[in-house]
Design a protein around this ligand. Structure first.
Ligand SMILES: [Mg+2]
Length: 104
C-alpha cells in the first residue's frame, strides 16, 4: 500500500494536480468512476476484464487519494470498519443470508 501511495503522490506532485483534489472533488470522482465501472456491465454480462480492472483501479486510486487528503490511514479505516461490520453481522445470524443488519 505504501508503494502505491508514494506513486500516486509523485504522479500528482509532478503535474501540480493536488490543487484540484479537494475532498469534494475526490468524492465526486469516486462516484463518477463507479459509474464508469457500472457501464462495463451495462446491457449484458459479457464484460471486458481489462476495462473492469481499469475502472476498479481508478476508483481505488481516488479512494487512496481521499484518505491521504483527509490524513487517515487506509488500512486502519478499513480494519475499523470491519470491526463494526463483524458486530453488525455476527456469523451466527448473517451466514448465508443477505439481510440488512437492522433486520437480522
Ligand atoms: Mg475511469
Amino acid at each position: 500500500m505504501k508503494e502505491v501511495l508514494e506513486r500516486i503522490r509523485k504522479f500528482n506532485e509532478d503535474r501540480d494536480w493536488d490543487q484540484f483534489h479537494t475532498p469534494e472533488n475526490l468524492a465526486k470522482s469516486i462516484a463518477i468512476e463507479s459509474g464508469e465501472l457500472l457501464e462495463c456491465f451495462q446491457w449484458n454480462n459479457d464484460f471486458n476484464q481489462k476495462e473492469v480492472c481499469e475502472e476498479l483501479a481508478d476508483i481505488m486510486s481516488y479512494c487512496i487519494m481521499l484518505a491521504d487528503r483527509l490524513h487517515v490511514d487506509m488500512e486502519t479505516i478499513i480494519m475499523d470498519k470491519f470491526d463494526q461490520n463483524e458486530q453488525k453481522y455476527p456469523v451466527s445470524k448473517a451466514k448465508g443470508v443477505s439481510t440488512k443488519y437492522d433486520k437480522l
